[in-house]
Design a protein around this ligand. Structure first.
Ligand SMILES: C[S@@+](CC[C@H](N)C(=O)[O-])C[C@H]1O[C@@H](n2cnc3c(N)ncnc32)[C@H](O)[C@@H]1O
Length: 240
């Protein structure tokens, strides 16, 4: 058998939101790779996949990846992680790389893939999609993401936090999904208040994980609590 690597989207937290195809790939793997969590804690992806991993026959390798926007630190870390992956797989082993949600939505995998193409150009790489965090949040709250001819936009919250920016977006899009809401949540809340849209938004934190908190009442948000695993969905159109 030839070595291969599959990136598996695990969904946002509930282990049962993995796809059947993802589950089969995890269980068939000789090596499980997972990025180290942002907080230096055990990998969240690894914790989600724990019920599906058998440590007695599968090797688990966590890859420390710096949480910075500084490309001078990032590039060498991606290169080192890709080299570890290629060396661990060798010529024959099957590996999976675990990610939260969908691998190609703000995920770390693409950077690794780029480096793998340099250090292991013949290694076959596949991607198995996953349920995104915003799809799971919308489902949990019963909020439509888009209906009929409506338009939907997904973007990182850090750039769109004031009322003018949100108003511009909502003029064009029926639904605005703001990922990476953490630090921006208090200013988004203020903007929604100014626009009279507090009742048209959803805040979702740690969906499917311990500490899950999902609310349609953004007035209750503590401005000092800014968790990384949080998102906000704002909908101009109908909500129940
Ligand atoms: C690096 S991105 C990964 C997105 C992921 N690939 C996806 O498909 O949802 C991290 C951001 O995704 C969102 N996120 C991921 N998992 C989440 C969860 N369980 N609950 C709430 N938000 C989550 C948050 O906005 C967080 O800042």
């Amino acid at each position: 058998m030839n070595a291969e690597l599959t990136a598996v989207g695990l969904g946002p937290g509930d282990p049962e939101l993995i796809t059947l195809k993802g589950l089969r790939a995890v269980q068939a793997a000789d090596v499980i790779f997972a990025p180290q969590s942002r907080d230096g804690d055990a990998s969240i992806a690894l914790r989600i996949a724990t019920p599906w991993i058998d440590p007695s026959r599968q090797e688990v390798v966590t890859l420390p990846l710096p949480m910075t926007r500084d490309s001078s630190q990032l590039r060498p870390a991606w290169q080192a992680a890709a080299e570890v992956m290629a060396a661990t797989l060798g010529a024959e082993r099957r590996g999976v790389y675990l990610l939260l949600g969908d691998p190609l939505l703000y995920g770390t995998f693409f950077y690794l893939w780029r480096e793998l193409r340099v250090c292991a150009p013949t290694l076959p790489v596949k991607v198995i999609p996953g349920v995104t965090s915003f799809a799971a949040a919308a489902a949990a709250a019963g909020m439509p993401l888009a209906m009929a001819d409506e338009r939907l936009i997904v973007l990182p919250a850090s750039y769109e936090t004031d009322a003018a920016a949100l108003q511009r977006l909502l003029a064009e899009f029926a639904t605005v999904v703001l990922m990476k809401a953490g630090a921006a949540a208090p200013s988004i809340r203020t903007a929604l208040e100014q626009l009279g849209l507090l009742d048209h938004a959803l805040y979702a934190e740690r969906v499917g994980l311990e500490g899950e908190f999902i609310t349609r009442d953004l007035r209750t948000l503590d401005p000092h609590h800014r968790p990384y695993l949080s998102l906000i969905i704002v909908r101009r159109g109908e909500v129940l």
